[in-house]
Design a protein around this ligand. Structure first.
Ligand SMILES: [Zn+2]
Ligand SMILES: [Zn+2]
Length: 229
């Protein structure tokens, strides 16, 4: 990262405080996601398998022998949804977390009684850089909307980040990515695992596998689907 990027980043941090947000879809000033653009996203849900993209009722094909039982995805990574995610992840727009939680709330069904809410923890270097765990923020708002506590179940073990890894390298790396946090009994519970963007699904699968090993049934919810080219 060069000096210019660092400076731009600091300018963005300041602008984020003083400037009102334009809508991530239509650019209308006043709110980071206007009602019209919100309903456009909700009306175009992603109804494919998060691992192969083909149409399925449960968000994941039975053919994959995955630790994930059900999967829900707000949409494909495009348009206003992509812009909201990018602002939250790359432009310090914490205000994007609330409408993203709203979208989860619109898209997800009622959860079984006693379900436990958690999220895929973000790489620590990214939390340090942003000043917040972006998906943790979305999960916090979602937990308020659904009146369910948010529980930390997983911790990252590896320092490897995914930006430059190939598909094969990613799949080898992620197996050991997570370790369980002590103290919460999730046996025979449904755990809803939140994440931002699903590409190969390898990270989600590794996290889900850990939770299944702890005795849970795992449902996942992701904001956007973006297959690798
Ligand atoms: Zn709009
Ligand atoms: Zn599939």
């Amino acid at each position: 990262m060069g000096g210019l990027n660092v400076k731009n980043t600091m300018v963005e941090r300041v602008l984020q405080i003083v400037a009102p947000h334009p809508c991530s879809g239509c650019g209308k000033v006043g709110t980071i996601l206007c009602e019209d653009c919100k309903y456009d996203i909700i009306n175009e849900p992603f109804s494919g398998c998060i691992l192969c993209g083909s149409y399925t009722l449960y968000g994941i094909c039975e053919a994959h022998a995955s630790p994930i039982t059900r999967a829900f995805t707000v949409g494909t990574r495009s348009g206003a949804l992509e812009e909201l995610i990018n602002r939250l992840k790359f432009h310090y727009a914490k205000a994007a977390a609330r409408p993203l939680a709203d979208l989860f709330n619109e898209v997800l069904p009622l959860l079984p009684d006693g379900s436990i809410l958690t999220f895929v923890p973000t790489v620590r270097a990214h939390i340090r850089e942003r000043g917040y765990d972006h998906i943790g923020l979305v999960a916090t708002y979602f937990s308020l909307l659904r009146e369910m506590p948010l529980t930390s179940l997983l911790r990252r073990r590896t320092k490897i980040t995914q930006h430059t890894a190939t598909r094969e390298a990613r799949q080898l790396q992620v197996v050991d990515t997570f370790e369980a946090m002590d103290g919460v009994d999730i046996r025979e519970k449904v755990v809803l695992l939140l994440d931002d963007v699903v590409t190969t699904g390898a990270t989600l699968q590794a996290a889900a596998l850990k939770l299944v090993g702890m005795g849970a049934t795992v449902w996942v919810a992701t904001l956007a689907y973006q297959p690798l080219d």
